[in-house]
Design a protein around this ligand. Structure first.
Ligand code: ADP
Ligand code: MG
Length: 379
């Protein structure tokens, strides 16, 4: 999801000076913007020596991550734990299968420059492939397998709990409250034009709150989850096999449904996130099956029956939640999601709601897929 920032283009930074504050091997040769992330300013830093690694340098988005110390504390704990677990597995490649935080010269996990910008540095994982869309069920399987494995490896992260880096990130109750607040305020005089979408939300809000009721009843275990499981947060090798889960900013306590729901909502939609021709929007069952197969392959035996029983529902819940957030931002005047034209957030919300309808039409099949895959995984 594109997020709003005060600036549209990254300002020019003296990357050589910033990099000098990190304990890198080799000498700075050049730096350039890299990747298609929407949150931070990300740069690839190349070193001059052939036998020295390259690096990813990121200026952390402080508009979204208000407490950088807590954010980096989480990432250091998570990467250390992953590294320790992988090191016991024969054949693991620790520099490619988990992010390596490169410390600043003062030993901290970040550097703050004189303007107050926070920077961090990772080893660059080279020879990888990255995807913005899921091209086929095989790649969906790989993505599911790797996000499932990530959850599995973090299941025994020792206490204390990770910090909540964005408060209420996937909490439907909170987003519903914000939505109705924005609707009432109607700051941009837009409420009159979205009556159909408001009806859509009202007619499903109670069903969607089912998940919150399960949580309140203590039926679902709190886990360590990634919480931003888009396919572009998996790096693949040249053969299309999953390699490394990146973008660890939102790794924090959550439910397995957050990781599954957001991945299939974002990955199994055949249309663009802001497609204007809603007839192009379809939830693709073959991609869903591929993803679910990979996810359950990695998590077999780890999930409770109650958790598995609501996986298919989590896809619907996330389409609803994300559509609600887009519409809410449209009503508030596009303050959070970056837009290139005035009705883009409305369009994005319509895509999510059409996707939800497409899921509703295939929900029995979605549930069958999950139950037959989990029965196989248990066998
Ligand atoms: N360690 C890394 N090695 C190689 N590429 C990386 C690495 N970390 C990030 N990237 C690239 O940078 C992009 C943005 O990084 P990410 O942490 O996902 O930022 P954002 O939160 O802005 O999406 C990724 O999609 C990926 O292409
Ligand atoms: Mg990312």
């Amino acid at each position: 999801m594109a997020q709003n920032r005060a600036e549209n283009l990254p300002p020019l930074f003296d990357l050589r000076t910033v990099v000098a504050n990190f304990s890198i091997q080799g000498t700075f040769s050049n730096g350039r913007p890299f990747g298609s992330g929407h949150i931070h300013d990300t740069f690839l830093i190349q070193t001059g020596e052939k036998d020295c690694p390259d690096y990813i340098l990121q200026r952390i988005n402080q508009g979204i991550f208000l407490d950088v110390l807590q954010l980096m504390e989480n990432i250091v704990r998570v990467t250390k734990h992953l590294r320790a677990k992988l090191s016991t597995m024969p054949g693991s490649n620790l520099e490619r299968e988990v992010l390596t935080v490169v410390p600043a010269v003062d030993g901290r996990s970040f550097h703050q420059d004189e303007k107050g910008n926070y920077w961090r540095c990772y080893l660059f994982i080279d020879h990888h492939r990255s995807f913005d869309h899921v091209p086929n069920p095989e790649l969906a399987f790989e993505a599911g397998k790797h996000f499932g494995r990530f959850l599995n490896l973090l299941a025994d992260l020792p206490a204390p709990p990770l910090h909540e880096t964005i408060a209420g990130f996937h909490n439907l109750e909170i987003h519903l409250q914000r939505f109705f607040g924005n609707l009432q305020a109607d700051a941009c005089n837009r409420a009159g034009t979205v009556a159909t979408e408001i009806d859509f939300i009202r007619s499903r809000a109670d069903e969607m709150k089912r998940f919150q009721r399960l949580v309140q009843a203590g039926l679902l275990p709190l886990r360590v989850t990634h919480n931003d499981t888009k396919v572009d947060n998996v790096l693949f090798d040249r053969q299309g096999r999953g390699l490394c889960i990146i973008d660890l900013d939102t790794v924090m306590p959550g439910y397995v449904h957050y990781d599954f729901g957001d991945a299939v909502r974002s990955g199994c939609n055949l249309a663009r996130e802001d497609e204007s021709d809603l007839d192009q929007v379809n939830f693709d069952l073959a991609l869903f099956k591929g993803y679910a197969k990979g996810f359950l392959f990695s998590l077999c035996g780890c999930l409770s029956g109650e958790e598995t029983a609501h996986l298919a529902f989590s896809a619907k819940q996330f389409a609803f939640l994300v559509g609600l957030r887009f519409l809410s931002d449209y009503l508030a005047g596009d303050r959070y999601f970056r837009i290139t034209h005035p009705s883009q957030n409305l369009q994005r919300s319509r895509v999510q709601f059409r996707l939800l309808q497409s899921m509703e039409g295939q929900f029995a099949e979605m549930e069958d897929i999950i139950s037959s895959l989990s029965a196989k995984a248990r066998a």
